[in-house]
Ligand binder design. Structure first.
Ligand code: THG
Length: 273
């Protein structure tokens, strides 16, 4: 299976996007949506990153622009489940809710909204005590997240577990723990999805992008299903295409060859028909 790409670029915590939001610069947001869709994003993450009082309104503004610009489904990103509750009705098609966790009443607010729909959800392995560092605690939290979901007829294939990768510079076993958590979670629930952002791992290190690229390669080999990433980053896309080819997921290496041989049209990843 090909990696599911969740395009991360429409995020109010990025300074240029923050500015575009403040100026209500529709064209800037629209361009980010189109660029990511053309680069092969399967979902487009929208995160307001504003003060709580205006978060729902800002998120709706972002959603309207993206949905007007492209047909790619949304990944609605907010730490506040009540904000997600307020804006979900403005989505024109089901996408991904980002995110729930065992923190507070997140599941109790979000899961009922998903019942009887095709919405998927990213579930973070953290709880009121924070982010556990051990594999076993992360698997325990996953079990709780999945068991609660079951009560609302949400099957594991609609859940992307995000094990919240720590900075490698802070925890030397960070990647190994991610891989071990992934394996344990999939053993428990074979149809569940595992996801991750790609940039936390390299925090505090030089050559961050190189570390992120190699993390992507190893994570794909380990079975990661989706990633929150910048699909417009050429180097990251090269790693992705090379890894998929090496793992036999690119028939006749057609996608890779089309991307990098001269006089060829772009790959499916880049040029969507
Ligand atoms: N897990 C889940 N959701 C998440 C994250 C996660 N949402 C937010 C974040 N992490 C993922 N989103 C971003 C968005 C932007 C950047 C990093 C993570 C970022 N962008 C730079 C820019 O656009 O200028 C550089 C991008 C690049 O070139 O690679 O740093 O972990 N569930």
């Amino acid at each position: 299976m090909k990696l599911i790409i969740i395009g991360e670029k429409i995020n109010g915590t990025i300074p240029s996007v923050k500015e575009a939001i403040a100026n209500r610069d529709e064209q800037y947001i629209r361009d980010l949506a189109v660029k990511q869709a053309e680069a092969g994003a399967d979902y487009i993450d929208v995160c307001a990153g504003t003060a709580p009082e205006i978060e729902a309104e800002t998120l709706k503004w972002l959603m309207d622009i993206v949905q007007d610009a492209v047909d790619t489904p949304l990944c609605i990103d907010s730490p506040n489940p009540r904000v997600i509750e307020q804006v979900l009705k403005y989505a024109e098609q089901p996408g991904i809710i980002n995110s729930v966790s065992e923190e507070g009443d997140k599941c109790e607010v979000i899961y009922p909204l998903m019942q009887g729909t095709a919405w998927q959800v990213i579930a973070l392995t953290c709880d009121n005590k924070g982010i556990p560092s051990g594999v076993e605690q992360r698997v325990d939290i996953t079990r709780m997240l999945v068991e609660k979901a079951q009560k609302y007829d949400i099957t594991p294939d609609r859940i992307h577990i995000d094990p919240l990768v720590m900075a490698l510079s802070a925890d030397n076993q960070s990647l190994i723990k991610f891989v071990d958590t992934l394996a344990a979670v999939k053993k428990l629930y074979p149809t569940i999805k595992v996801t991750s952002g790609l940039s936390n791992i390299s925090f505090g290190m030089p050559l961050r992008k190189i570390i992120n690229q190699h993390f992507l390669a190893i994570a794909i080999y380990a079975g990661m299903d989706s990633a929150i990433m910048d699909p417009c980053n050429r180097d990251m896309l090269t790693t992705l295409l090379a890894t998929e080819a090496l793992l036999g997921r690119d028939r006749y290496c057609r996608n890779f060859s089309n991307a990098y041989r001269k006089n060829k049209i772009g790959p499916e990843r880049i040029t969507k028909k």
